[in-house]
Design a protein around this ligand. Sequence first.
Ligand SMILES: *Cc1c(COP(=O)(O)O)cnc(C)c1O
Length: 249
Amino acid sequence: MPDPGPLQSSIPAALAQVRERIARAAVAAGRRADSVRLLPVSKTFPADAIRIALHDGCPRFGENRVQEAMLKEAVFASEPEPRPEWAIIGHLQTNKAKHVARIATEFQALDSAALAETLQRRLDAEDRALDVLIEVKTSADPAKTGVAPGDVLGLVGSLAPLPRLRLRGLMTVATHTDDETEVRRCFRTLARLLPAVRDAAPDPERVDELSMGMSGDFEVAIDEGATVVRIGRGIFGARDYGANPPRLG
Ligand SMILES: *Cc1c(COP(=O)(O)O)cnc(C)c1O
């Protein structure tokens, strides 16, 4: 028998472990074991890795760059079902909105009214709808993107005339630090915004998602109310941006 290779054996094992940790963290927080959605983040990892997770019960994958998501979408377009759905989780330039409108099921980094309007126009052209989460900047880190907490409700208000954008909730990336108090503060800031966002939303019943927590901090995020955790390295292994650019085939 041919060697199944490291991906085939390690991804299912890592997935099982991550699923178990998510369920345990949810129960520890007094919530249902299945109340947290796992979004595997496949950025920089090849389509081979995505295929394995796809056949292990993961329908949707997070990518932070549209260009990379499009290349992967093209790989799967010629394959039989199941095919992955895409969640774009990184800051988007307006001139790339058309690609998101074409291929994404979910966009977690909405951060301006201008981008929302462009997405609506592009979605009209594609006759599609898009689940959106507003990305909130919950830390002082100048490298982090997103809307300031005080500007979130203004952005929610601007979505009223844009029916192809279905507001589902909020997303944040916590400060990158070992200080759990600071990480927890970021998640708590996001969670506290949700009720007012729901009240101001065009369709309040649909607004129930808090996307927060990554490989290094998802258990803290679940404790603070995360309903979606975005996990890359914890499933697919270490990312190497330098010498080995992502192999897409
Ligand atoms: C890369 C990325 C993740 C996943 O990070 P890991 O540390 O690999 O789990 C989550 N969210 C966003 C926005 C990302 O860009």
